[in-house]
Design a protein around this ligand. Structure first.
Ligand code: SAM
Length: 283
């Protein structure tokens, strides 16, 4: 059963780090005048109205994008993120990963958006029309199945965002299996996998992301993890931060992410901190 709705979390600290990183990957692909394909396996609703009943229930954006939106940034990646976000925030909207991809891609590039939840898929379809994107492919299907079916792209340049809700413990293993299958058919795939950092309260899920990253690193491709924590990891903290495992990262994405996070982390609270760790490097 699918019960997760991203609207409750739109624009929170986890969205900020995830969307910064995804923008960094896309910006690098755009440096060459050659087409690329983007895959978003868990797209969500695409665009979020921050003053509606869902987003305003817990107002998670107040501890995320709202804290950084007015920053006059030095980091080029952060400047791009803030400029894109502020275009939406002026209408009290936050762009989900589909809106970000659609805004950044060029006419020569291809975007595949997958979403399994029927109501979220319908909202995603509407959101793409709202932002004027009639070219991208909006699929109502399982993101892992779709990803395997649609890769490798031709030409084989591109990137994948895997951003599951992790409602079930088995989803951590689903991610590893999907990444393994994609790399077997598309070795150059640049892949960004988001994961939550959960305290002991989450039971078996609390150490699951660490195990997942170890398994992803064991696939042998260059990869780093970047984690942003906003609270101390006390037993009751719940989700105290989140991380990204980036496989086949583009040249200097680690540097761009450090520059951006050096600027925003102090704004996210006195307990906020980030780490960036290479798990596997190129031989
Ligand atoms: N990537 C989005 C963003 O950054 O704006 C947020 C996605 S949200 C965290 C996860 C989404 O995955 C939910 O909308 C959920 O309905 C959807 N979902 C869950 N399982 C799925 C599956 N197997 N395939 C595709 N979508 C799935």
């Amino acid at each position: 059963m699918l019960s997760y709705q991203h609207a409750f979390h739109a624009g929170n600290h986890a969205d900020v780090i995830k969307h910064l990183c995804w923008m960094g990957v896309i910006s690098h692909l755009k440096k060459k005048n050659k087409p690329f394909t983007l895959y978003d396996t868990h797209s969500g609703a695409g665009l979020y109205q921050l003053d509606d009943a869902l987003a305003s229930k817990n107002k998670e954006y107040e501890s995320g994008v709202d804290k950084v939106a007015n920053l006059s940034a030095n980091s080029p990646l952060l400047q791009s993120y803030l400029s894109l976000c502020n275009g939406f925030l002026s209408d009290r909207c936050y762009p989900g990963s589909p809106a970000i991809s659609a805004k950044l891609k060029r006419d020569i590039d291809v975007l595949h958006l997958m979403e399994l939840h029927p109501a979220e898929h319908e909202k995603l379809d509407d959101a793409m029309w709202q932002i004027g994107d009639s070219q991208s492919h909006v699929h109502h299907r399982d993101g892992y199945e779709g990803l395997i079916a649609l890769t490798p792209p031709s030409p084989n340049r591109g990137a994948v965002l895997i951003d599951p809700p992790y409602e079930k413990l088995s989803e951590y293993q689903d991610v590893v299996s999907a990444v393994k299958k994609v790399l077997a058919r598309w070795q150059q795939a640049q892949m960004v996998v988001w994961y939550p950092l959960l305290s002991q309260r989450a039971g078996a899920k609390s150490g699951a992301s660490q195990q997942m990253c170890q398994s992803l690193s064991a696939l042998g491709k260059p990869c780093f993890i970047i984690e942003l924590t906003v609270e101390e990891n006390t037993a009751d903290a719940g989700m105290y931060g989140s991380g990204l495992c980036v496989i086949n990262p583009p040249w200097q994405l680690d540097v761009s992410m450090r520059e951006a996070l050096d600027e925003i982390t102090p704004l996210l609270g006195s307990n906020a901190a980030y780490t960036l760790t290479w798990l596997t490097t190129e031989e």
